[in-house]
Design a protein around this ligand. Structure first.
Ligand code: DLL
Length: 432
């Protein structure tokens, strides 16, 4: 039987949800206009007043906010509450430019943790569970968010953070963890280490994993499910919108339900900003209608996905977003062709390779080059490696339309990830 954390909200009729969103949106726009001069200026420039926003139908009248605005306004420029009412900051793990700093009142933390509790409950979590949280703790939102959600549900919470993988497994066995929360790439690494240590899935009690913070494919999902003997659930979010828990997967595993009582989603054409109908792929935009300290309106996530309102077998009425195929700025343009690392991952796993790979792009004599190093497992090492490289290159060409150079490399030679995996090195950027 499907469990809900907040059945009333999660299964609310569309009419009631719309009413709730309308009310909250009107209030939020007023709150932002009155308290955030930066956004007030943007609204004034566009000639929009809070009174013009009466319902979600008026959302399109509001200006967008982008990461560039967050950088401009760093650190306090988008704060909508006095510092005396803020109790926490979290920040992005970003390596370029200024970090994004997000602020929380106590109420913001409560609502955020509540969203994570919904995700844990949808993955089957109850107060009988032992929940091992191996997302990073600290400024990154993964650890604190899932930790708070796990407490709310009443799970015995193991605040492991990432790293020290053999110790993770020892705790998993000794304490009989039933739920694992980490990035999918770290989950794959934990699965691999479990088997390397001589254990099997019979030695652990895990039943579910809650994995997110980076793009991962269906093929990767199946591979993790097999190596850990679990059902793997996706979870999505970003620092700017509090962190994990903006959306989460249910037992149907066909996309993530968005917590629409807190976040109104839109899909736009990333080039023109035009709002697209449900079912079309575009950039996801969120308006947070309950956040007090850092309430972003029409924030452009740069994540590309599709929204669907198809009825879900779990009974939730919350709209669903597809797995983001990557950020619009993660997309590689190689010899004029759009390439997402996730497309390459799909082919590799389908062809029986490990999810350990590195994509390197460069420009030689004005031509883009694409080199993909793929790790073999022990059985793959025997036989004609050159032949295998050729046939993998053909399979990737069929998917992408361009030819890569494939290098099959020795087992364990590609660095494992304990957080967000780095799968692409684009050297063209270094020459520019
Ligand atoms: O990654 C928050 C998070 C923590 C989500 C733990 C889920 C689990 P940021 O570091 O700000 O926040 O990165 C946000 O990561 O815009 C997406 O591009 C990507 N991302 C997050 N979840 C997913 C997912 C956290 N399930 C950025 N699938 C987002 C694909 C994801 N990409």
């Amino acid at each position: 039987m499907e469990r809900y954390w907040n059945e009333e909200i999660e299964t609310m009729s569309r009419e009631d949800m719309k009413k709730l969103q309308d009310e909250r949106l009107v209030k939020q726009v007023k709150h932002v206009y009155e308290n955030v001069p930066y956004y007030r200026n943007l609204m004034d420039e566009k000639g929009v007043k809070p009174e013009d926003i009466k319902s979600t139908e008026d959302l399109h009248k509001l200006p967008f906010l982008t990461k560039a605005d967050l950088r401009d306004a760093y650190p306090y420029g988008l704060l909508a509450k006095p510092l005396s009412e803020c109790v926490r900051i979290q920040s992005t793990s970003g390596t370029t430019g200024r970090r994004v700093v997000a602020f929380y009142t106590q109420n913001d933390i409560d609502l955020w943790e509540d969203c994570c509790a919904r995700a844990i409950t949808a993955a089957g979590g109850t107060n009988e569970d032992v929940c091992q949280v191996c997302y990073g703790y600290g400024l990154f939102t993964g650890g604190p968010g899932l930790n708070g959600g796990s407490h709310k549900v009443g799970c015995l919470t193991l605040p492991m953070s990432s790293g020290n993988t053999e110790r993770q497994i020892q705790f998993m066995i000794d304490l009989q963890s039933t739920i694992l929360c980490c990035t999918p790439s770290y989950a794959a690494y934990i699965g691999e280490t479990l088997h390397d240590m001589g254990y099997t899935t019979d030695d652990i009690k895990l039943k579910a994993g809650i994995f997110g913070a980076e793009p991962w494919t269906e093929e990767m999902r199946r591979s993790i499910e097999k190596s850990l003997g679990i059902k793997a659930y996706d979870i999505y979010g970003l620092t700017e919108t509090s962190g994990p828990g903006v959306s989460f997967e249910c037992s149907e595993q066909t996309g993530m339900h968005i917590n629409e009582d807190h976040f109104i989603p839109e899909i736009i054409n990333p080039e023109t900003g035009e709002v697209l109908p449900d079912g079309e792929t575009g950039e996801l935009v969120f308006t947070s209608i309950t956040k007090e300290a850092f309430p972003l309106l029409r924030y452009r996530t740069r994540d590309l996905c599709v929204l669907t309102r198809k009825k879900c077998s779990c009974g939730r009425t919350l709209i669903k977003m597809s797995k983001p195929m990557g950020r619009s700025d993660d997309m590689l343009i190689i010899r004029g062709v759009n390439v997402f690392p996730s497309q390459i991952e799909t082919v590799l796993i389908e062809q029986g390779y490990t999810p350990n790979y590195l994509i390197e792009v460069d420009r030689v004599n004005n031509t883009d080059t694409l080199d993909i190093s793929v790790e073999m497992n022990l059985e793959q090492v025997s036989g004609d490696v050159k032949d295998k490289e050729k046939s993998l290159a053909v399979a990737i060409k069929t998917m992408l339309g361009i030819s890569p150079k494939v290098h099959l490399v020795a087992p364990k030679s590609i660095t494992r990830s304990e957080g967000k995996a780095v799968r692409v090195i684009d050297r063209r950027k270094l020459h520019d």
